[in-house]
Ligand binder design. Structure first.
Ligand code: SAM
Length: 422
């Protein structure tokens, strides 16, 4: 039911009138979704003009009429969609049996229209944060972009993914978003946990595979690793190997690597070639096991990689040496390591921080950098825009690209090419 203005409330021109209402009150709402906003939110409006932001457990098409549980604040409302009154004809049957319940993917029912819905969400963010005039390119994922890393939880009886907004488990027997060997390994992990062939105390488990996807690795919360052999799980400490874009990168199981490595290699590789990124020294900050240094190969004379994970740095050193790309690989906190005036005009500073983005003090120091070019990568669009805005007083945004590195979810990877302002 559309919410009516309280009796006696006068509609104002311009900003909707503030309403006094307990923020805790949750009520049923029904109405059309006008458009999509960042994070997969649907934007709707109450009859008195207040904006309503609706979170959806499944793909949402603009124009659909939905039912939701909402909470009203003074000038806007927010809530969760609980059902559909009218469905867009483009909606399809989800290919995953736990879609909507599992917290992992929300775009299954969008089918082939998922990338377009996602483009609309990104457009909303970039328009609001950087202005209507800001140009950007959109790089949708190919159907082959499956996950090479999944995190499952075992509570002593059930193996599954977390439910949306909960630590309750949705039992899973397969994952169609994951590379086939990983999906096929889920029942093997369950069997081993149930049979106590693997440590059966409650734990988070990561299943991962290399590129191409072949051997499957399971790591528990304590960092112990097993590989899946025909006769079961064997304790081991071999690295996971990724062959992409002509380079080979090894990493420890359980450590960070691109979720969909071949697609990430293709997408970043293509973009960095198109931007003709080259120079004297590459500062590969938050460098992991050397993904960007390796992708950029001999386009740089020197490379300095900074990363906080000791094991990742050791792998970066080995990976880059094996690719005949000598590099200085340092274990350090980037924010503490970056000095005032970093680099010279022929150098490139590439930053690929974790989801939270860059610290404010680091952005301030980057405003003093001597390097001529910067590439900022961010997997949280909002944090990325915040950091970009902090950098813009000293850096000119030349290109902005958004890569769909996390298909079936509302997450994306943003990449900016910046040049030092004179
Ligand atoms: C998004 S990942 C990027 C890794 C690498 N660029 C890649 O694409 O494979 C972020 C990396 O930053 C590292 N990291 C997190 N906080 C850090 C910090 N304060 N200083 C340095 N490295 C950090 C993590 O260990 C992780 O390897």
């Amino acid at each position: 039911m559309n919410r009516q203005p309280p009796a006696g409330a006068k509609k104002q021109h311009g900003r909707p009138q503030a309403h006094r209402k307990s923020p805790a009150a949750v009520e049923a709402w029904r109405g059309p979704v006008e458009r999509l906003a960042w994070g997969g939110m649907g934007v709707a409006r109450s009859t008195d003009g207040r904006l309503l932001l609706l979170e959806s457990p499944l793909a949402l098409f603009p124009g659909e009429v939905v039912e939701a549980q909402v909470q009203w604040k003074a000038r806007h409302g927010q809530g969760r969609i609980t059902g559909w009154v009218s469905r867009d004809p483009r909606r399809v049957q989800a290919a995953c049996p736990v879609a909507g319940d599992c917290g992992g993917c929300e775009l299954w029912e969008a089918g082939t229209h998922g990338p377009e819905l996602k483009r609309q969400m990104v457009a909303d963010l970039l328009r609001r944060q950087l202005g209507e005039a800001q140009a950007w390119s959109w790089h949708p994922a190919p159907a082959s972009a499956l996950r090479h890393r999944i995190q499952l939880h075992w509570d002593g009886a059930t193996l599954g993914y977390f439910k949306r907004h909960s630590h309750a488990l949705v039992p899973v027997w397969a994952c169609p978003a994951a590379a086939q060997p990983l999906s096929a390994a889920i029942p093997r992990l369950r069997e081993a946990l149930e049979g106590r062939a693997l440590p059966a105390r409650p734990s988070r488990w990561e299943l991962a595979t290399g590129t191409p996807a072949d051997m499957v690795y399971a790591s528990d919360e304590r960092g112990r690793t097993w590989t899946l052999e025909p006769d079961g799980w064997c304790r081991g400490d071999q690295p996971i190997r990724h062959r992409l874009e002509g380079v080979t990168l090894d990493q420890d199981p359980g450590a960070f690597f691109q979720v969909s490595p071949a697609w990430a290699g293709e997408a970043f590789g293509g973009l960095l070639r198109q931007w003709d990124l080259r120079g004297d020294t590459l500062y590969d900050l938050y460098g992991g096991v050397g993904f960007f240094s390796a992708l950029l190969g001999d386009r740089f004379q020197h490379r300095i990689l900074v990363e906080s994970g000791e094991a990742a740095v050791a792998w970066a050193q080995r990976n880059l040496a094996a690719a005949s790309l000598p590099a200085e690989c340092l274990v350090a906190d980037v924010a503490a390591w970056v000095p005032e005036g970093l680099g010279a005009p022929g150098d490139v500073v590439l930053l690929d921080p974790p989801r939270a983005g860059l610290e404010g003090t680091l952005c301030d120091r980057l405003l003093t950098a001597g390097a001529g070019t910067m590439v900022l990568v961010g997997c949280d669009g909002a944090a990325f825009c915040r950091d970009l805005q902090r950098l813009l007083p000293g850096w000119q945004l030349e290109h902005l690209a958004v890569l769909d590195l996390f298909p079936l979810t509302s997450h994306v990877e943003c990449v900016a090419l910046l040049r030092r302002r004179p």
